[in-house]
Design a protein around this ligand. Structure first.
Ligand SMILES: *Cc1c(COP(=O)(O)O)cnc(C)c1O
Length: 382
């Protein structure tokens, strides 16, 4: 534990916190948050209509390079609506990775679809193109341009890769395979705002992408999400579906489908606009902190996870890869006791009772990472 004791001191020094608790990821409100939120209150537009919601969508387009962005109440609802727009229907199957936050699988379930859990790559911690290819070769068949699982007879309606801790997945390979089988890709980019794959922003490779602005993410507005796409028709539908599917009219209330009340309130959007002004600065700060941690780990023979080749990660959460589960448990116990918060990666999704019946491959890399990955403090250093 000697080197992890040193690591605790190193982290304390970086955060100028010789004692007390150091959280995993704290938000920083050091910009225009209060000004904009007060302005939203003064305007009386605090709910789902307001200038900040529109501005938030414009800024998201500028940042990601996507043609359209639609604001939602959280990342989970953004993913759910993105899946519906990609054509996911009740009874379908949706391919995703076995190692992700629960929201990825939940969003699939909300559509009435069933998750298919495939393995991840060790280098990206995201969906493995090899696992995807192997699954599709064994199970998939195209019929009139629609891909079906030959064993279950169900439609393989979408593929949902997730950019774990902000590190981009091998999205080019995934898109290439998906095209071959005519399956739409919806990116769970909840963790990867400010992360780039070959200079292109994550979330913009698939037909739709979903982002989160939850309190623990790189930038936050308390709760919030966004759908991005380059398809105008999908963007229009996204806005329609997330705003109760009301048919535009000066005063009549008519709705043409079962829509959702998923639009981001203007109050949250005000905060989001202020936070997005800080995104570049925050990401630079986090990347510098990750670099410094990486150097420390190299000197002390600890395996620190770095961004995959050809990508630029936002380093949302810094991660160590320990030698086995025993060491992982020891480090979690030791560092948390020292007041330096650390946390294991998620329990694999198929281990949750509600997803135990879903198809899964061998999950070898996922299990290896579940046994070894620990997140350490990653907040922006001020
Ligand atoms: C945070 C997160 C979400 C959901 O975002 P919320 O805004 O909390 O609903 C979805 N997927 C992943 C991988 C996440 O980390």
């Amino acid at each position: 534990m000697e080197k992890f004791k040193k690591l605790c001191s190193f982290i304390r020094e970086a955060y100028s916190a010789p004692e007390g608790f150091i959280p995993l990821h704290e938000p920083r409100f050091i910009g225009n948050e209060k000004t904009y939120v007060n302005d939203a209150i003064d305007s009386t537009f605090v709910s789902s209509v307001g200038e900040y919601v529109n501005r938030f969508e414009e800024i998201m387009c500028e940042i990601t390079g996507a043609k359209y962005a639609v604001a939602t109440v959280n990342g989970t609802s953004a993913l759910q609506v993105a899946l519906l727009l990609a054509g996911v229907e009740s009874g379908d199957e949706v391919i995703t990775q076995g190692l992700s936050f629960i929201a990825t699988a939940n969003a699939i379930s909300y559509c009435g679809a069933q998750a298919v859990f495939l393995d991840v790559d060790k280098t990206t911690m995201g969906l493995s193109p090899a696992a995807l290819k192997s699954f599709l070769e064994d199970y998939a068949q195209l019929k009139d341009g629609v891909c079906y699982n030959t064993k279950t007879g169900k439609k393989l309606a979408a593929i949902v890769p997730m950019h774990t801790f902000g590190h981009p997945v091998d999205i080019d390979s995934i898109i290439t395979i998906a095209k071959e089988y005519n399956i739409p890709v919806v990116e769970d980019a909840a963790e990867s705002l400010g992360s780039y794959y070959k200079k292109q922003h994550t979330g913009t490779f698939g037909v739709l992408g979903a982002f989160s602005f939850n309190g623990n993410k790189t930038v936050t507005c308390g709760g919030g999400g966004a759908i991005v796409t380059n398809d105008m028709a999908l963007a229009e539908k996204a806005k329609h579906m997330t705003t109760t599917a009301k048919v535009p009219h000066p005063y009549e209330y008519t709705h043409d489908m079962v829509g959702f009340n998923f639009r981001m309130p203007n109050l949250n959007a005000a905060m989001a606009c202020a936070q997005l002004e800080k995104l570049e600065e925050f990401v630079d700060n986090k990347r510098a902190w990750a670099k410094s941690l990486s150097g420390f780990c190299l000197e002390n023979d600890i395996d620190f996870i770095t961004e995959p080749q050809g990508t630029e990660s936002n380093y949302w959460l810094n991660a160590l890869c320990l030698v086995n589960r025993e060491q992982r448990n020891g480090v979690l116990e030791f560092m948390n006791k020292q007041g330096v918060m650390c946390r294991p990666i998620w329990t694999l999704l198929f281990k949750m009772p509600m997803y135990a019946h879903c198809y899964r491959d061998e999950q070898i890399n996922s299990q290896c990472l579940e046994d070894r990955i620990v997140n350490i403090p990653s907040s922006v250093i001020i």
